[in-house]
Design a protein around this ligand. Structure first.
Ligand SMILES: [Zn+2]
Length: 257
């Protein structure tokens, strides 16, 4: 039985800086394989304080969509924790090249020795982590290299529409997802913003028609709009189950299969 657990649901700088919602990452277990997506600030703490506590030394891989702080602050400590507190060499890191190279890499060089392997996301790459197959989807998101993910496993297909500026090709890239997770920072659309707004997320959900859509990574305008009420309205309007994630929400595979 698989699940996706939202340790944190904060997006946008203000919500993260004030910790109005937790900025911890998303813990995923599929076909017995455990993965961690985007370990933002507070991820290790939230994982250990979870009930039941989540154990980083059982992770097979850490997936980093991009290097912005709200996604990557805890990546170094989690690499060490995945390697049993640095006592062994284990686990994989899948990340964009600019998180590891160039002027401002966020993954410290000394923790890289704890990893079994590092793989860089490609424009349209495929990656295997145990029984889980991951495809990278290149997003436009400011100046940093950013990827969304298509995750196939015995528990079906899950799409993680991470931070992205909306582009018309985006909905088609997530076709076939039974569970679709979308980072929806803003409630209203405005031009030249590097994040999805709610109307754009709706466009993606309508085209993909997943069994379940989960909205997360909220900025202030979404929080003021009461995301759970917005999600309930969308469920009604679209005839597709839409849920707004709260910190600690666990979605079981049975809910999207
Ligand atoms: Zn970002």
């Amino acid at each position: 039985m698989g699940y996706v657990k939202f340790l944190g649901t904060a997006g946008a700088r203000f919500v993260v800086a004030r910790q109005l919602r937790s900025s911890a990452g998303t813990w995923i277990e599929l076909g017995g394989t455990q993965l961690l997506l985007d370990p933002g600030p507070g991820t290790l703490l939230r994982a250990r304080k979870s009930r039941p506590a989540l154990d980083p030394s059982e992770l097979s891989a850490i997936l980093l969509s991009h290097k912005h702080l709200d996604h990557s602050t805890d990546v170094n400590i989690l690499i060490e924790a995945m390697a049993d507190a640095g006592r062994t060499r284990r686990g994989a890191l899948l990340a964009p090249a600019d998180a590891l190279e160039g002027e401002d890499p966020v993954v410290l060089r000394y923790v890289r020795q704890f990893l079994e392997r590092i793989e860089l996301w490609d424009e349209d790459g495929t990656y295997a982590v145990d029984k889980v197959a991951i495809r990278s989807v290149r997003h436009h998101h400011g100046e940093v290299e950013t990827y969304g993910l298509l995750v196939d496993s015995p528990e079906g297909r899950i799409g993680f529409v991470t931070d992205a500026k909306f582009t018309p090709d985006l909905p088609g890239r997530y076709r076939g997802c039974q569970l679709l997770v979308l980072n929806v920072v803003r409630r209203e659309w405005s031009p030249d913003v590097d994040h999805l707004s709610l109307p754009e997320a709706v466009e993606i959900v309508q085209e993909v028609r997943p069994n379940l859509a989960v909205l997360t990574h909220f900025g202030m305008t979404m929080l003021r709009g009461k995301p759970w009420e917005l999600a309930a309205e969308l469920t009604e309007k679209l005839g597709i189950k839409v849920v707004a994630a709260a910190d600690g929400l666990t979605v079981d595979a049975g809910e999207w299969r």
